[in-house]
Design a protein around this ligand. Sequence first.
Ligand SMILES: Nc1ncnc2c1ncn2[C@@H]1O[C@H](COP(=O)(O)OP(=O)(O)OP(=O)(O)O)[C@@H](O)[C@H]1O
Ligand SMILES: [Mg+2]
Length: 150
Amino acid sequence: MLELKQVSKSFGAKKVIDQLDLTIEDGSILAVVGPSGGGKTTLLRTLAGLETIDSGSFLLDGKAFDPTDTKEQEQVVGVVFQDFQLFPHLSVFENITLAPKMVLKQDKAAYTAKAEQLAEKLGLSDLLAQYPFQLSGGSGNGWLSHERWR
Ligand SMILES: Nc1ncnc2c1ncn2[C@@H]1O[C@H](COP(=O)(O)OP(=O)(O)OP(=O)(O)O)[C@@H](O)[C@H]1O
Ligand SMILES: [Mg+2]
């Protein structure tokens, strides 16, 4: 469970987050909705440690948590990009195992097993060895785009 307690953030005289209390249960999905300039991105940036807060605190499972502490933040917060963000010179397998390998320092057997298990679950096992330029980009059923173009 992640909790925000009385979190505030201003840019100059502009208060963007004003004493926000928020509880996010494990496994829940939260949509942050509001007007343009309402502070949604700022809130996410503070959670990812990309922006400091002026006051308040974050708690993870009841324990104080500082998202700007790189060591803690890397272990806790993951960012999934809205658009296609894969390293072009790495295969699908290398792309999806990069974080567990470099950030979580998992050994090869562990991240390989997990990647293969997830790919199997999603029916994408055949794509693990492919490179991003060979992928369809999300629409359709995973056929390689160069095959479609033939
Ligand atoms: N680094 C910054 N320096 C100064 N002002 C900022 C900075 N980042 C955001 N702001 C201001 O803080 C306010 C909230 O911006 P934010 O990007 O969080 O809004 P948003 O809810 O994500 O908007 P949108 O729906 O348009 O994405 C805006 O007035 C914005 O101009
Ligand atoms: Mg935004």
